[in-house]
Ligand binder design. Structure first.
Ligand SMILES: [Zn+2]
Ligand SMILES: [Zn+2]
Length: 160
């Protein structure tokens, strides 16, 4: 079932205007969709936007993501070894918990409430303004499925 632009969240429109960006259908679609689908990959976002608008190239989606991230409307997170993910929740210094196996990413509120939430013992004279914190582990689904709890997936089973 395709989502139409009628369903598009009005905050997307206001956010684009406030940032001084031209309002285009792909930008509205991406920003609106991400409200309910935080931490989505480019593949998932592209598929959703095509469902809403029809033919939109993946490159066009990349362009939207890069412009909106640069304007501070989106936050890009890149857990090591996993594809980049995007979200609308910006500027609150929240952290993420990432599943090592399936890549599921959830929010973890900043303990202190603002950056940097960690107090390093010695920063060698740097003016530190942020601590990038990623909690790694297994999500409930991967725990339930009994996937290996250590490290990364082992897919090198011998086939006979
Ligand atoms: Zn998982
Ligand atoms: Zn987040």
């Amino acid at each position: 079932m395709a989502t139409t632009l009628v369903d598009v969240d009005e905050t997307a429109l206001r956010a684009l205007r406030a940032a001084g960006l031209r309002v285009t259908a792909p930008r509205r679609a991406v920003l609106s969709w991400l409200v309910k689908h935080p931490h989505s990959t480019v593949d998932a976002i592209s598929a959703a936007v095509r469902g809403m608008l029809g033919a939109v190239s993946t490159q066009a989606v990349y362009d939207v993501l890069s412009v909106c991230t640069a304007a501070g409307l989106l936050r890009r997170i890149e857990p090591a070894g996993h594809p980049a993910r995007f979200e609308r929740r910006v500027r609150d210094n929240h952290h993420h918990v990432v599943c090592r196996l399936c890549g599921r990413t959830d929010d973890v509120d900043c303990v202190v409430g603002d950056a940097p939430c960690l107090e390093p013992s010695d920063v060698r004279g740097f003016a530190v303004d942020e601590a990038e914190v990623v909690f790694w582990g297994l999500c409930p689904d991967c725990v339930t499925a009994g996937r290996p709890a250590q490290g990364f997936p082992q897919q090198e089973e011998t086939r006979q």
